[in-house]
Design a protein around this ligand. Structure first.
Ligand code: C2E
Ligand code: MG
Ligand code: MG
Ligand code: MG
Length: 276
């Protein structure tokens, strides 16, 4: 059907560089889709961990699990393959695998640091699935990881979907004792109503605002921080890269910081060296 696609484009007279790159893009997507389906079984997926720092003490409060995919010798970025996993129906299996791996790693890390939190990114399709809260409960039971130490990060844009189902499933997750965060806050859709309607614990301010604090970003960070404290949410600033950003955010009362300034995402054994 690739040939047919090209033929259609050619008939319209749009040939050349554009067609060629579009064709390459489609071929790549198909190749990634075909491999992603078996990536778990081929042991191509693994997790790396990035600390979330308490700004007052500088101590590691939690670690976020971030998914990595090594296909042959290439690292495929999650921003590319998560969308493909969602589109082709692999995300629920992959997401469940991530959750199990993260809880097992969390259990090992808690030997070095009691009460350490683990944050796991969750896709819309997982959260819209009514089986998801049950699967989370089963994973917690199987791994022995404490529910109150697990934090599920939800990207704000997903709140554009079936609201009642989301509210209901979040409620069921919270009944397990699990915490919930809104990720990439400020970049998505209907930010302020999301704060009011969803019972979450943390708001993660998107890194684009942290990087523009010497222009417009600072006012946004301040506003989000004030609204969050009104709703009793804790605030995490993402993408902290400089000492100036750290100082400014700490002075603004942002409780948690995450970014390359502290540590990039690293393998479990490397992260372990920073715990205790
Ligand atoms: P996210 O959850 O917002 O994760 C933060 C991203 O920012 C990560 O990119 C992290 O490596 C990067 N980052 C952290 N600190 C800094 C910094 O100081 N500077 C810069 N430039 N970047 C920083 P990564 O690992 O490539 O992940 C991208 C996105 O992919 C994640 O954004 C998340 O939305 C998604 N993702 C990753 N793992 C999973 C997963 O297991 N499940 C799902 N559904 N999504 C995932
Ligand atoms: Mg996240
Ligand atoms: Mg984020
Ligand atoms: Mg993101």
């Amino acid at each position: 059907d690739m040939a047919m696609y090209n033929q259609k484009r050619t008939k319209k007279g749009r040939v050349g560089v554009f067609d060629e790159s579009l064709r390459e893009q489609l071929l790549r997507e198909i190749r990634l889709r075909d491999h992603l389906e078996n990536a778990i079984h081929r042991h191509e997926l693994f997790l790396v961990y990035q600390p979330i720092i308490a700004s007052e003490t500088g101590q590691i409060d939690a670690v976020e699990a971030l998914l990595r995919w090594r296909l042959d010798d290439e690292m495929i970025p999650p921003d590319e393959f998560i969308g493909i996993a969602e589109q082709y129906g692999f995300i629920r299996a992959i997401g469940l695998w991530v959750l199990g791996e993260a809880c097992l790693a969390g259990k090992r890390m808690q030997i070095l640091q009691e009460g350490l939190g683990i944050s796991v990114n969750v896709s819309i399709q997982q959260l819209l699935d009514d089986d998801f809260p049950t699967e989370v409960a089963a994973t917690l039971k199987r791994t022995g990881f404490p529910a109150h130490c697990l934090d599920l990060e939800i990207t704000e844009s997903l709140f554009a979907h079936d609201k009642h189902r989301l509210i209901d499933n979040i409620k069921r997750l919270k009944e397990l004792g699990v915490q919930v965060s809104i990720d990439d806050f400020g970049t998505g859709y209907s930010s302020l109503s999301v704060m009011q309607e969803f019972d979450v614990d943390y708001v993660k301010i998107d890194r684009s605002f942290i990087w523009t604090m010497d222009t417009g970003g600072r006012a946004i960070v301040e506003a989000v921080s004030q609204i969050a404290s009104a709703f009793d949410y804790k605030v995490v600033a993402e993408g902290v890269e400089t000492e100036d950003q750290r100082r400014l955010l700490t002075n603004m009362g942002i409780e948690y910081l995450q970014g390359y300034l502290f540590l990039p995402p690293v393998p479990e054994d490397e992260l372990m060296q920073h715990l205790g």
